[in-house]
Design a protein around this ligand. Structure first.
Ligand code: MEV
Length: 311
């Protein structure tokens, strides 16, 4: 039997912009998806999905998840014509849009196959195989989700648009900061939202160049603020990033509502995270008490919220 684990992630800065080669910053979560692979008689593969999830999430993502598993098995050269893989996904990562659930699933599977077949792949190869899985969710993934899922920690990531090696730097913030993750309960389609942004960019090249320049400066400042452990500035930059995400039309009504509740209850900054138009919102808190207040306020309005730490 082989066992593997893939971390969930939250994008602190730069979702969507990262697809176009701009830098983004993600933090892995301590929650993860696990995979167990058992090789049995027969052929093909079978999946038991025991992950906790937002209602409707697994159904909506079913076809993409199956294609992702197929991509991984193919990329790893596993012959399923004369043996069968029994794959069980589980773990404490709550599968929802925005938490890197698809990447965590692919990474955990790659690690489990690696162990099961004693392939001895290093993290770079694990990440490459998980990226093949991510392609099932949309044709042009930046690779940030599988990278965060594979390596963990706080990462600075730049996609290489020429197809070469991406830039990945582990950031040592030196300060742990309380974060709230709030769930809109809406499962977004990454392929649709990324596709819409591409169309909008093609129709409005000049305005997008302005957004990209503005975002680039924001990302550089965010890296400095994170390295210096400066929550006040990180919060301000998160608010600015959320505004830019609204401009490129990827935030949704409930995302904006949750951002507002968080700010009204003392958050230093808040933004949507991940694909958007649903999915998750993150809010930075100054201390545990404010984190608790934000979480309670969001729950009072009928939405799920979790407490975590970044840095
Ligand atoms: C999805 O978690 C993040 C996006 O930027 C897509 C990607 O980076 O591949 C929306």
């Amino acid at each position: 039997m082989g066992y593997g684990k893939g971390y969930g992630k939250t994008i602190l800065f730069g979702e969507h912009f990262v697809v176009y080669g701009l830098p983004a910053i993600a933090s892995a979560l301590s929650s993860s998806t696990t995979a167990e692979v058992q090789v049995v008689d027969g052929k093909g593969w079978e999946v038991i999905d025991q992950r906790p999830a937002t209602p409707g999430y697994k159904e909506k993502k079913y076809d993409e998840a199956m294609q992702s598993i197929k991509n991984v098995i193919k990329h790893m050269n596993i012959d399923v014509g004369c043996q069968k893989l029994e794959i069980t996904f589980s773990g404490d990562l709550f599968a929802a849009s925005g938490v890197g659930a698809s990447a965590a699933q692919a990474t955990s599977l790659v690690r489990a196959i690696n162990e099961s077949f004693t392939l001895m792949l290093d993290d770079e190869k694990i990440n490459e195989a998980a990226y093949e899985g991510e392609k099932a969710y949309h044709g042009t993934p930046s690779g940030i989700d599988n990278t965060a899922s594979t390596y963990g920690g706080l990462i600075w990531f730049v996609k290489n648009l020429n197809g070469g090696k991406n830039t990945m730097e582990i950031l040592d913030s030196g300060k742990r900061m309380p974060l709230v993750i709030a769930n809109t309960g809406i499962t977004a389609s990454t392929v649709e939202v990324v596709g819409d942004v591409r169309k909008l960019k093609e129709a409005n090249p000049v305005i997008f160049e302005k957004f990209f320049n503005e975002y680039y400066n924001l990302a550089i400042n965010a890296k400095v603020a994170l390295l210096e452990g400066d929550p006040i500035n990180i919060g301000k930059l998160m608010n600015q990033n959320h505004k830019l995400l609204q401009e490129i039309t990827v935030s949704g009504e409930i995302n904006d509502k949750l951002v507002e509740i968080a700010l009204d209850n003392g958050a230093l900054g808040a933004k949507m995270t991940g694909t958007g138009r649903g999915g998750l919102v993150i809010a930075l808190a100054e201390n545990d008490e404010v984190q608790k207040n934000i979480t309670n306020a969001i729950e009072m309005k009928g939405y799920d919220a979790w407490k975590t730490m970044i840095g």
